[in-house]
Design a protein around this ligand. Structure first.
Ligand SMILES: [Zn+2]
Length: 347
């Protein structure tokens, strides 16, 4: 006869183990899992913190941006010192998450998820959580995850409105099944035009993290039936039931993963909520940041840390990362951004 231990009433994960929806078996599965959070802004901060506190075995956080003061209103992993030092979000997040839970193997990746690195960065994840702010990244995540059979959870918010959807490859409709085509840039409201409040971020991240924990704990019977939408100011809470709707799209039915094909992504991307454009550099680029800082110092004010150089000149403001990526601020046109990059960094 085997004796089963009662769930411990004390211990780090006791409250989660006592919860019937997870239990000790579910907790053991969560503990063995690797979760990847893509994008560590508002949603990503909340998602990564919940995954770390829940005790996943491994947690990878990928982000391409750095912390600024205007992030602090809603991006809960960061503080004034991160903004003052212009820390990359992935680096600041890694150190906060390690302090929150030293049991979790946390890895912060200062990188822009692209067709060139997505296979590598998302491989071996048991769940991928969307903390991004753009459809280019989400369609890439969708196609890689559907192709590689990794469940992922879409999340988005603007103003006081938000959406969440769990995608189980070939079991439930994916993002392309639901949206059909990537929405054109500028076709919807963004945090730039409509702002965003922190409460909706936490509601949406809570929905995403809840679905993630059910998947990781193996409690598939408890999954929500489709797209959840919430408007906190209007007081509207809706679930669009997608049960019974078979996955049907080029990715799910024809195995065409168009957005995961290398070279599919453009050389630049507009950063939501930042009035800024990111310029990508070819894979394998390494920039000597100290030399760049010295070179730029004659043309304007420069501050640097071991991850990036920030430059404010008469006509331009930009941040250059060690992999050659740059964020050009105060521009809305990619050509203009490329011009600034060529002028100060080189083409
Ligand atoms: Zn699909």
């Amino acid at each position: 006869m085997t004796t089963r231990e009662a769930p411990a009433a004390t211990g780090r994960y006791s409250r989660q183990e006592l919860f019937a929806g997870i239990g000790p078996e579910g907790q053991a599965r969560i503990r063995a899992a690797h979760a990847v959070v893509v994008g560590c802004g508002a949603l990503g901060s909340a998602l990564a913190e919940m995954m770390a506190r829940a005790g996943v075995g491994r947690l990878t956080v990928i982000d391409r941006d750095y912390v600024e003061e205007s992030n602090l209103q809603r991006q809960s992993l960061f503080d004034e010192s991160d903004a003052r030092r212009g820390m990359p979000k992935a680096v600041a997040a890694e150190s906060k998450l390690r302090a929150i839970n030293s049991d979790v193997r946390v890895r912060g990746m200062v990188a822009d998820l692209s067709t060139e690195n997505a296979d590598e960065l998302l491989a071996r994840a048991q769940i991928v959580l969307d903390g991004t702010d753009n459809f280019e990244a989400r369609f890439l995540i969708n196609d890689v995850c559907v192709r590689d059979d990794i469940p992922w959870v879409y999340g988005a918010c603007v103003g006081a409105y938000g959406l969440a959807l769990l995608v189980r490859p070939r079991v439930s409709p994916c993002l392309r099944c639901v949206l059909e085509e990537m929405p054109a840039p500028g076709s919807g409201p963004t945090c730039d035009t409509a702002g965003v409040v922190a409460p909706i971020v936490h509601v949406v991240a809570g929905l995403q993290a809840g679905e993630a924990l059910k998947v990781l704990a193996g409690r598939l019977e408890s999954l929500l039936p489709g797209v959840v939408s919430v408007d906190l100011w209007q007081g509207v809470f809706e679930v669009m039931d997608l049960r019974g709707r078979a996955p049907w799209c080029p990715a799910c039915t024809e195995g065409r993963y168009d957005y995961a094909v290398q070279g599919a992504a453009g050389a630049s991307a507009v950063l939501c909520g930042r009035d800024a454009i990111q310029i990508r550099a070819p894979r394998g680029t390494r920039v000597d940041l100290a030399a760049l800082a010295a070179r730029l110092a004659v043309a304007g004010s420069v501050s640097a840390n071991e991850y990036l150089v920030r430059f404010v000149g008469k006509d331009a403001e930009l941040v250059v990362f060690a992999d050659g990526r740059a964020i050009v601020k105060g521009v809305r046109d990619p050509t203009q951004a490329r011009g600034v990059y060529a002028r100060y960094v080189g083409s």
